[in-house]
Design a protein around this ligand. Sequence first.
Ligand code: HEC
Length: 167
Amino acid sequence: MTLNDGTYRWASLWLLLLILVATASLDSAIAEEQPVSAEIQRGRYLVMTSGCNDCHTPGYPEAAGQVDEQLWLTGTALGWRGPWGTTYASNLRQVVQRVDEQQWLSHARNSWRPPMPWFNLRDMADADLLAIYRYIRHLGEAGGAAPAYVPPDQEPAGVYVQFPPAP
Ligand code: HEC
């Protein structure tokens, strides 16, 4: 068989198509590997270094921080019992779905019960608190709700840390 002009034309069309498909898939591969924004990275850094994981991530202190990031801030079933009753570190992955950015700024600084260090968030710059919010949103929703607050006169179910009564 001899190659005429028509065959060449078809061959070059196929080649062009092949190149287009290859470039498109390369583009989407690059898009998937795009690094997250500097702000989200800062939010992650703040979550790691300002203690949020210590209480809000299951098993975080016990594992010296070696917990899969997908589980971060999903809340825990460990109770904190004291004169205020028994509190449980909330699932922040769910909380950020319920409040928008403006609401988050006041919500996070609400005078929550111990041992939540809400006063640290009160003193945190808005930009940092927003970076935390955006990082948690970036992680997406995960996990179930933490156990509900138990009043002081009721015995909590499960494992809890007991604080001495107020003097
Ligand atoms: C020492 C443990 C501890 C640390 C550290 C901690 N939290 Fe908490 N957090 C709690 C507990 C316990 C509660 C529930 C308080 C309550 O029931 O009143 C809570 C509640 C909250 C709430 C209210 C959520 C809701 O239920 O609507 C937010 C927001 C929050 N924490 C954010 C943070 C952030 C952000 C950090 C890190 C800067 C952090 N917490 C660090 C223990 C902690």
